[in-house]
Design a protein around this ligand. Sequence first.
Ligand code: PSU
Ligand code: MN
Length: 306
Amino acid sequence: MNLGTYLSASNEVMEAVKENRPIVALESTIISHGMPYPKNVETALNVEQIIKDAGAVPATIAVIGGRITAGLNHDQIDYLGKEGTKVAKVSRRDLPYILSQKKDGATTVAATMIGAALAGIKVFATGGIGGVHRGAERTFDISADLEELSQTDVTVVCAGAKAILDLKLTLEYLETKGVPVLGYRTSVLPAFYSNKSPYNVDYQVDSAKQIAEMMYAKYKVNLAGGMLVANPIPDEYSMDFDEIEEVILKAIAEADQKGIHGKDITPFLLDRIQQLTMGDSLEANIKLVYNNARLAAEIAIEYMKL
Ligand code: PSU
Ligand code: MN
């Protein structure tokens, strides 16, 4: 149903918002630009089912025909997956163009947070967020996801940040911007494919209830912005930090050589890492997204109890 010129929500999502039921937002860049077809569609649908099974309502978000749409149907998810990179990757700065020109777009973490906040959704699950890229002191490449976390009131559950980023600088940036980084049952920042890194999170939390309590306190004192929950990939799927580091360095060198930059660099690196690990990293990626969906549903449920 259309909620004005630029916003739309499925009936299911609208009813859930009205009735204060737990909802989990999901992004769509991961579908069109983060994974190959048909695994992307399969994963997106499984993630929705996991959230439903956990007792919450999934809301996959994208721009469809110039409307930020919360709660895509299966045909729309299939379309975004099949079209892949032909669908625009849409972050905050891309929204005015895509909306006004009535185009379709796969939303990044930043743009999905914006859509979630507009629709009244407080919790969002993804795989990895964008961050400060390695070499950012030369390239200035810092993802708009970090700025969004500093201003839009949505809690984002991820598996940490991929080591294609400078994890240390990403944490520094989030500290400056006042974004709490929580480790779910871990004191170290997980590094996406591997559940270990040399860096500490701000706070270790051991339950979804604790995270919900933090969201509640933050909201009560009008602290704008989101929180980042880092949920480590389960041990059985975790890859070796040094092994994946080698692959990442290779992919970054290739990107440098080809002069890839701007919005194309993250999708390029994800794709190359998947190719270089012959699919191992894709399997790990899928498993960690499932794990994040479960935790996000629990957080949304706990938050509604407060
Ligand atoms: N990191 C991942 N997988 C992803 C992305 C990042 O491990 O799919 C996607 C997310 O949609 C994220 C976006 O919001 O890339 C960040 O892109 P950029 O670095 O251009 O801001
Ligand atoms: Mn960038």
